[in-house]
Design a protein around this ligand. Structure first.
Ligand code: SF4
Ligand code: SF4
Length: 469
């Protein structure tokens, strides 16, 4: 609809800042039909399109521009493949991905691939391929069977749990690295402990919890249709906004994260089980920049690219208003540096209501994702995040613990030693200067700087006479 793929970009150039991409090689097409998926109806953007498969010319153009468009000295680039369901493209498509990554690679730049999948189409061939080429998989699973099947079903409304579990078994059999992505909604939001224990049981060691807030702006408020709940005094939504009853409640989400956190402490899983929100929080408490856009002051460094090379400001803003151009007409770097995209990113900060600017947790939250800023503040200013109460509950409950963990890390101990902090302080005071320099942060844990790398390969790199990779 918006772009063409028949001409070549004339003036490739480098962006000013590193950027990340979420590519949709099969657009919004998916083999299953989850109730809360916000992406399935993006087919409406392309009413004339019969096939949403990314063709080879667009793929090569994308790969080349993504690699070549990064600023000089960028050490690593990760290709994020999403959908729809990207495995519907089949292995040959991803063989072409590797072919073009090899063809256009840049000296000194590592290239990685991460694939977000519902897991239902994985088989032995996929397992071998993904293992051989070191793909990192994100598998969507909402909890044990009875919970997962409520909203994650196929086109005939049959639950997908069994197929997802087969996909996870394939990953384990072929030693494919995977993490889990769990959508937190109104139903499973009440079962955090059950979900935490379940995810551990199936062998996941890295959990991502994504709150679902399905909302729409309704011209005619006051009616209840198709599960939408309309504004009232209690939830203080801005006029015209409605949320779906599948959405997680704000306080429910805070309670969910807090109970997961308490379980993590209770089971002494620090350094063994990684929860993205906790990694992010520890990194922020230690003064590192946020690894997630949602918790950053500004955003806009991770746009979405559709099957035909059309680029949009963000995965959550794929519509004509946020269309940046097509790779056949403008380079990715040029689109990333455009005033339109810069404004998209800085608006996250510049549109904050005073209530957020005065908030004790601003440095962790930054008003969270603009897509969910649909509430009034207590002072009746627009632009408060729907999940604000939940975020406040999470930050106030966990911050004191993360402060202690951060102190341990700064003293050269493990984060999981936080309970012994007073003892550690005494030991640190007695330690010799040489001992104090011996940092004993767990070398296999994710680096608290938020890079996503293991500590030993990042800030804790101990290569003889070499700079950190
Ligand atoms: S916790 Fe609430 S008030 Fe504080 S910055 Fe976040 S959204 Fe704003
Ligand atoms: S709009 Fe939300 S999801 Fe998109 S880049 Fe900004 S913070 Fe991230």
């Amino acid at each position: 609809m918006f772009g063409h793929t028949d001409s070549q970009v004339k003036h490739p150039r480098s962006a000013k800042e590193v950027f990340h991409m979420l590519a949709k090689p099969i657009g919004p097409v998916c083999n299953i039909d989850c109730a809360y998926c916000f992406y399935l109806d993006k087919t409406k953007l392309y009413p004339e399109t019969k096939s949403f498969k990314m063709n080879e010319a667009t793929l090569e153009q994308y790969v080349q521009q993504y690699i070549q468009g990064q600023p000089a000295g960028t050490p690593e680039v990760t290709f994020g493949w999403q959908g729809g369901e990207p495995t519907m493209m089949g292995i040959p498509f991803f063989e072409n991905v590797l072919k073009y990554q090899k063809k256009h690679h840049r000296q000194g730049m590592a290239i990685k691939n991460a694939l977000q999948t519902n897991g239902t189409l994985l088989n032995d061939n996929w397992g071998k391929f993904l293992h051989e080429h070191n793909f990192l998989l994100g598998i969507s699973i909402d909890g044990p069977e009875a919970i997962h099947n409520i909203f994650r079903y196929d086109k005939k409304q049959r639950g997908t749990f069994k197929q997802v579990m087969q996909g996870i078994e394939i990953c384990q059999k072929h030693e494919v690295e995977f993490n889990t992505l769990t959508v937190v909604q109104s139903h499973n939001g009440d079962y955090p402990i059950l979900i935490y224990d379940f995810l551990k049981e199936i062998g996941s060691t890295f959990f991502q919890f994504i709150p679902i807030v399905e909302h729409s702006f309704q011209q005619e408020s006051g009616k209840e249709t198709d599960g939408m709940i309309f504004p009232n005094q209690e939830n203080a939504l801005q006029p015209g906004f409605a949320v779906h009853q599948r959405s997680v409640g704000s306080e429910q989400f805070g309670g969910f994260l807090n109970q997961i956190f308490d379980r993590w402490l209770e089971k002494n899983d620090i350094g063994e089980i990684f929860v993205r929100d906790f990694e992010m929080m520890l990194g922020l408490v230690m003064g590192f920049p946020s690894a997630t856009c949602v918790n950053s002051e500004t955003c806009g460094h991770a746009p979405a690219i559709e099957h035909n090379g059309d680029l949009y400001s963000c995965d959550h803003f794929v519509d004509s208003e946020y269309f940046l151009g097509n790779t056949s007409e403008r380079s990715l770097a040029e689109m990333m540096d455009s005033p339109q995209q810069t404004k998209f990113g800085t608006d996250k900060r510049d549109s904050l209501p005073q209530f957020c600017l005065d908030c004790d947790f601003l440095k962790y939250c930054w008003g969270a994702c603009p897509k969910d800023r649909i509430k009034f503040t207590p002072q009746k200013e627009k632009g408060l995040n729907y999940l604000c109460e939940g975020y406040q509950a999470f930050y106030s409950h966990t911050e004191p613990y993360f402060q202690k963990m951060a102190e341990c890390l700064r003293m050269g101990y493990l984060a999981k030693d936080w309970k012994k902090l007073e003892k550690l302080k005494r030991a640190a005071r007695k330690a010799s200067p040489a001992q104090k320099q011996q940092v004993r942060v767990g070398r296999n844990v994710t680096c608290p700087c938020g890079s996503g790398k293991k500590y030993k390969k990042c800030c804790g790199y101990r290569g003889e006479g070499m700079a950190k990779p």
